[in-house]
Design a protein around this ligand. Structure first.
Ligand SMILES: Nc1nc2c(c(=O)[nH]1)N[C@H]1C(S)=C(S)[C@@H](COP(=O)(O)OP(=O)(O)OC[C@H]3O[C@@H](n4cnc5c(N)ncnc54)[C@H](O)[C@@H]3O)O[C@H]1N2
Ligand code: MOO
Length: 641
């Protein structure tokens, strides 16, 4: 088969309109399969037909209280000064739910009945007609409408139907869908792959969302990159489903056959939409069944299915479109986007003071974690080239607003303790989450300056004084009342391959033997520590091979060493442990939290401080990570304003 490199670039609205029309032409929205099921089994189902009461409820006049049944006229003149006595012929003892005997039309509660003997009572209160009686049809009368068509059944509805004699009803059959992963490189979860092999997880995500939106979805085994097998799979799937989803193979790779096979067995309506991510999406109809080829990257797949599938399912079910809630937020940093393309940006949200800040997370369409972390989605329309810092934008919420409002925003240098803190806080108060952006110590200081974070983790060594953080605060945050609170001391050192094959003991060895170094970015605390070590040893930067090569996290430095593309680099012990590297300790550094005073009494911050100051089990968990020291944890190291 020829390589397919000509994708459309249809504007999103146009693609949606064409697709909707094609579905309508195929009769997709007119199919309303329905089935008759027992009321006992119908919870959550959508009614295909209205339900009417078969019998009245109650079906007889029933006592609503324990007491006696009487004729109300007998008590018309009863009062304290004129007690009325009734003999056994004029009253009948009843319990709640008993039928009211002929000739009676009121119940007197037992509390108001004075028995003179078993056969005679005395009453001092008048009665009104039908008092304490549930009359025939009081709840619902036979033939009345209980529930309308299109209603989603709740437990109370089941009770109402059963109470009126209904035991079966007609419900809609949700669309039957199948998610078919494709690709010869796919292996099953739990298997360990070679480079180039990929754990098949997309079909799980797709089936999960399909079910959440009201379809009944199955998954198939992965189909290898073979046009004949793909064709077979598509034909079998359309014979047995209302919606077919193919995943991957949508793009222009030498093994991306999906659109050609679909064109052979059906009609490709759209291939290629001006959106990012998700551009190569394929919308096709085979027979009368919609077949959607979602791009392989998981983020692209999820976003395109939200755009093209969610409304399809609700329309199939005859339900209102899902309109996700939106909030207005301020974007924390500029975001560049492409003209002519609707771009969907995942953001984290956090309320710091009065401002709801939105921070873009991860651009890569392969980054599943960017969607796990995201609180909302920002759409940058095709007519814009991006969004400037501080601009107000509408964000589609992916989490409940209450959770967003209870998020502790932590921007700055990353440390694994922050992950432990996040977990512990969430366990104690499920609403609270920590959203952390790892932008280095200076990035954290700037976020505090702009009022965008509740706290910032920082470890900036002042070369002149040898002290941590304070000099930088005085310089950049002079006007902000704040406390600098110690979180931990941690070991920094040289990460080296397991067994330290090049026997690197310090920067002297690196300079002398020309070992390949990998550095951290300017503004990172670890970079400053490297520079201080070099200055103390009087080693010029030009003597360190690789000094110019910069990475942004401890883990990416560790990954470079693990892959052999560098011999060594500076990082924390935890990064060495994570990638099974060896570690040559160089220095103990202080890692502090900067907290503006206006947040010191915020419930989230007080919980964090309480945890690090007093929770011994938590402290033990930190020490178990290795490379940490907690002698000053929670102590105020500096204060201003
Ligand atoms: N020359 C071009 N290359 C690419 C283009 C383009 O227009 N021209 N588009 C890019 C875009 S945008 C996307 S999105 C991807 C989508 O490609 P495919 O739909 O053909 O998907 P694959 O290449 O087969 O897979 C991509 C990637 O997706 C992951 N994947 C796939 N299936 C699964 C699964 N079942 N479970 C988990 N992960 C899966 C996997 O990481 C693959 O590496 O193409 C660009 N290229
Ligand atoms: O547009 Mo692709 O769908 O970047 O990821």
């Amino acid at each position: 088969m020829k390589r397919n490199i000509y994708l459309d670039n249809k504007p999103l609205d146009e693609a949606k309109a064409i697709w909707h029309q094609a579905l309508a032409d195929a009769g997709f929205f007119d199919r309303r399969p329905e089935q008759k099921i027992a009321v006992d089994d119908c919870l959550g189902r959508i009614l295909a037909r209205p339900v009417f009461a078969l019998r009245s409820s109650p079906s007889y006049n029933a006592a609503a209280m324990d007491g006696i049944a009487v004729h109300f006229l007998d008590l018309a003149n009863a009062s304290e000064s004129n007690p009325v006595r009734l003999g056994r012929a004029r009253f009948t003892p009843v319990n709640t739910g008993n039928a009211i005997p002929e000739g009676c039309n009121a119940v007197v509660m037992i509390e108001d009945v004075h028995y003179l003997s078993d056969d005679e009572v005395e009453l001092i209160l008048p009665a009104t007609p039908w008092q304490h009686v549930r009359t025939i049809g009081e709840d619902i009368v036979a033939t009345e409408l209980i529930l309308p068509e299109g209603h989603q059944v709740r437990p109370i509805d089941q009770g109402a139907m059963l109470a009126t004699g209904v035991t079966e009803l007609w419900v809609q059959c949700p669309p039957k869908a199948i998610a078919i992963p494709t690709g010869s490189e796919l292996i099953q979860p739990g298997q360990v792959g070679q480079p180039g092999q990929i754990i098949e997880f997309n079909s799980r995500i797709l089936a999960g969302y399909l079910n959440e939106w009201g379809a009944v979805a199955r998954r198939s085994a992965p189909i290898p990159d073979d046009p004949l097998k793909l064709k077979e799979a598509i034909l079998a799937a359309v014979a047995d489903n209302d919606i077919v989803i193919l995943n991957a193979g949508a793009s222009a790779g030498t093994r991306d056959y999906t659109s050609q096979v679909l064109a052979e067995v059906g009609k490709v309506i759209v291939h290629g939409v001006a959106i990012k991510p998700g551009k190569p999406v394929i919308l096709a109809i085979v027979g009368a069944v919609p077949v959607i080829g979602l791009p392989g990257y998981p983020v692209s797949a999820v976003l395109t299915m939200r755009l093209f599938l969610r409304d399809m399912i609700t329309a199939f079910l005859g339900r209102e479109k899902i309109t996700p809630p939106e909030v207005e937020a301020t974007i924390s940093r500029p975001f560049h986007s492409h003209m002519g393309v609707d771009e969907f940006v995942r953001v984290t949200l956090g309320r710091v003071g009065d401002i709801l800040m939105a921070t873009p997370v991860g651009k890569g369409a392969g980054a599943v974690m960017s969607l796990v972390r995201a609180d909302g989605l920002l759409t940058i329309g095709a007519g814009k080239e991006g969004i400037g810092a501080g601009e107000k934008v509408a964000i589609e919420l992916l989490r409940p607003q209450a959770e967003v409002d209870a998020t502790l925003v932590c921007i700055g240098s990353h440390d694994n303790i922050l992950d432990l803190l996040a977990n512990q806080l969430h366990t104690e108060r499920p609403l609270i989450r920590i959203s952390s952006a790892h932008v280095g110590s200076m990035g954290g200081i700037m976020a505090i300056k702009r009022g965008e974070a509740h706290l910032a983790g920082t470890h900036l060594l002042d070369e002149a004084t040898g002290e941590y953080n304070v000099a930088y605060i005085k310089r950049f945050l002079a006007n902000i009342p704040l406390q600098l609170i110690n979180l931990c001391y941690r070991e920094q050192g040289l990460l080296v391959a397991r067994g330290n094959p090049k026997n690197i003991q310090g920067f002297g060895d690196i300079a002398e033997h020309g070992h390949l170094f990998i550095n951290r970015q300017g503004g990172a605390g670890t970079r400053l520590l490297t520079d201080k070590c070099l200055a103390d040893l009087k080693i010029g930067r030009e003597r360190i091979q690789g000094y110019q090569r910069e990475e942004y996290t401890h883990m990416s430095v560790a990954a470079a060493i693990a892959s052999g593309s560098a011999d060594t680099g500076m990082g924390i012990r935890a990064a060495a442990v994570a990638l099974d590297l060896d570690f040559v300790p160089v220095a103990e550094e202080r890692y502090d939290l900067i907290i503006p005073k206006k947040f010191l009494h915020d419930d989230k911050i007080t919980r964090v401080l309480h945890l690090i100051r007093t929770n011994q089990a938590f402290q033990q968990r930190i020490l178990a990570l290795g490379g940490y020291e907690l002698r000053d944890s929670g102590k105020v190291m500096y204060e201003q304003g």
